[in-house]
Design a protein around this ligand. Structure first.
Ligand code: VG1
Ligand code: CO
Length: 548
């Protein structure tokens, strides 16, 4: 049987349908304009030829999620897709999509999310296409999608779907006019994978013995996942998962797990009655924030601690083959790799650049300074995975988060690290800062800036060690004499104006001062970098909007 009413609707290329660091992100207002989602979805279909293929489909539940899923489903049917696997009620976290693609040997997946960007009618929406390895489409494919979007002339859609399917609530397989639609529990397969990787008995025992935790789901997609895993399976008391009910607008919050946007949890972890362990995740469940009693774990440090201790969890007992980090992530994980005698990789920002290293078995753990950590278990970063690996390590070592972190610094030294974001900038002005700095790069080595001197200046380009693909213009790296480093790049996930990210780090060796305030420890590199980039003169800003 085939669909009776396949319509071919005329459309024209839409300006700005270009995916950024992680898929196409726009204001809900834009995404929900008639034909907008349809045109981009058809561009993806045209780029990949979906005929006879199987795809996973789901999103983080934000405003416009259900409508978008219904549209993509209708278009998939009209484009000859054989099967679609959908999370019940349209819900799937990003790592759960990645796992499902792999587990079911699907040909790819569609993730509806704008991740940490706010949601609701006035917020953001996004669509990301992942390939059959479960990871975000690499640039060769996103380039093809852009090319298809630039030449598009029509899209295909059918209205011929039964109403029962539109609710997406009935678990099981529904066959309709030649397309198979399977609605799955969003949590079950993911939770089973976590049980394979981690020693749930050891974690349960630690919790039974009085270890306390709080997980802040920020009213985003991880609520049901964390409640099932942390409360039901691991025995954390009911209520340990807070803000557990996913809301279309994330309760009006900004679901970005960092000390600024997850302030409630951050502050609670610094109170006298703080639990032993605190964590949070973002809109689509791929990021994590880890906070111990009275101590915040910077994401770059978290990656390093996880790399040094991963072998304590059953899923990584064989050891770690290599550690990969994005360019602006601190060098802390490189030091662990060196000690373990394994390879350290530096990639551009964005999880798509880790895919080949993971597929080839060259890297086991990957991480980004923006609170993303993950491993070869899926091809996305994974917030709850990082939380569970931390819990497994804590259960085996029997020490506090603070002790483990301090011990780590005493062994490897400490990479003081911070990211300064200048938000809501005029796009032309932000581009000018980068262009101007790029032009001056060759003259910078040996150049004094505030109290420091530049030793090297680089416009970061990356050659993928597996397929030799090249990504250029991935940010500027300034290295200073004495071991400080600064990186500058423009965000590729925003939907309004431009955001300049300035990443700052300063190493202190094991016998150096390991207990300084981070901003104070970085004050010299902050001053030098602001001066070199002419931030105040060119942007009229005397300081960043967000310090994390
Ligand atoms: C940001 C982060 C980057 C991350 C990306 C997607 O990108 O810096 O590390 O991979 O978001 O994460 P940008 O271009 O704004 O700096 V998520 O959790 O939004 O899928
Ligand atoms: Co995310």
């Amino acid at each position: 049987m085939t669909f009776k009413d396949i319509q071919t609707v005329k459309t024209t290329p839409i300006a700005g349908q270009i995916p950024g660091t992680s898929g196409l992100r726009k204001k809900v207002k834009v995404f929900s304009e008639p034909g907008y989602l349809e045109t981009y979805t058809q561009a993806i279909f045209n780029a990949i030829d979906p005929t006879g293929k199987t795809f996973v489909l789901g999103g983080d539940g934000r405003f416009f999620n259900s409508e978008a899923i219904a549209t993509i489903l209708r278009m998939a049917a009209a484009n000859g897709v054989a099967k679609i696997i959908i999370g019940q009620n349209g819900i799937l976290s990003t790592p759960a999509v990645s796992h499902l693609i792999r587990k079911r040997s699907a040909d790819g997946g569609f993730i509806l999310s704008a991740s940490h960007n706010p949601g609701g009618p006035g917020g953001d929406f996004g669509l990301k296409y992942n390939t059959e390895n479960g990871g975000p489409a690499p640039e060769a494919i996103t380039d093809k999608i852009v090319a298809c979007a630039e030449t598009i002339s029509n899209y295909r859609i059918t209205k011929d779907l039964p109403e029962t399917l539109e609710t997406l609530s009935d678990l099981g397989t529904h066959t309709f006019n030649g397309i198979e639609i399977e609605i799955v529990d969003p949590v079950a397969d993911y939770a089973a994978l976590m049980e394979e990787l981690f020693d749930f008995d050891a974690i349960r025992k630690m919790i039974n013995a009085g270890f306390t935790l709080r997980f802040d789901a920020m009213h985003a997609v991880t609520g049901p996942y964390a409640t099932e895993i942390l409360e039901r399976r691991l025995g954390a008391v009911q209520g340990s998962v807070v803000n557990a009910v996913p809301l279309e607008d994330f309760g009006g919050g900004h679901p970005d797990p960092n000390p600024v946007w997850a302030k409630e949890l951050f502050d609670h972890m610094h109170e006298p009655n703080a639990p032993d362990f605190g964590a949070a995740s973002d809109g689509d469940g791929d990021r994590n924030m880890i906070v111990g009693k009275g101590i915040y774990v910077a994401p770059s440090d978290s990656l390093a601690v996880l790399a040094a201790n991963a072998h304590l969890a059953p899923g990584y007992a064989r050891g770690v083959a290599g550690v990969a980090r994005s360019m602006p992530t601190s060098a802390a994980s490189d030091r662990v790799a060196e000690k373990l005698g394994i390879k350290a990789f530096q990639t551009p920002t964005g999880w798509k650049f880790f895919g080949n290293l993971l597929d080839a078995g060259r890297a086991t753990l990957c991480g980004e300074e923006s609170a993303g950590t993950g491993s070869d278990h899926v091809r996305e970063k994974d917030g709850l995975w990082a939380v569970l690996l931390w819990l497994n390590i804590l259960a085996v070592r029997g020490e506090s988060v603070a002790d483990i972190l301090k011990d780590h610094w005493q062994t490897y030294g400490r990479d003081y690290y911070s990211r300064h974001d200048y938000e809501g900038l005029d796009t032309a002005a932000a581009n000018a800062v980068m262009a101007d700095l790029k032009e001056r790069l060759p003259a910078l080595p040996g150049h004094p800036a505030a109290s420091l001197t530049v030793s090297a200046a680089e416009d970061f380009a990356y050659t993928d060690p597996i397929d030799a693909s090249v990504a250029t213009g991935q940010g500027i790296i300034l290295t200073y004499e004495g071991g400080a480093r600064a990186m500058l790049r423009l965000s590729g996930t925003g939907t309004e104006g431009a955001t300049l990210r300035v990443y700052l780090e300063q190493y202190a060796p094991p016998d150096g001062d390991l207990g300084r305030d981070t901003q104070e420890a970085l004050s010299e590199v902050i001053a030098a970098t602001s001066k070199l980039a002419n931030i105040e003169d060119m942007l009229g800003r005397t300081g960043p909007d967000v310090v994390s």
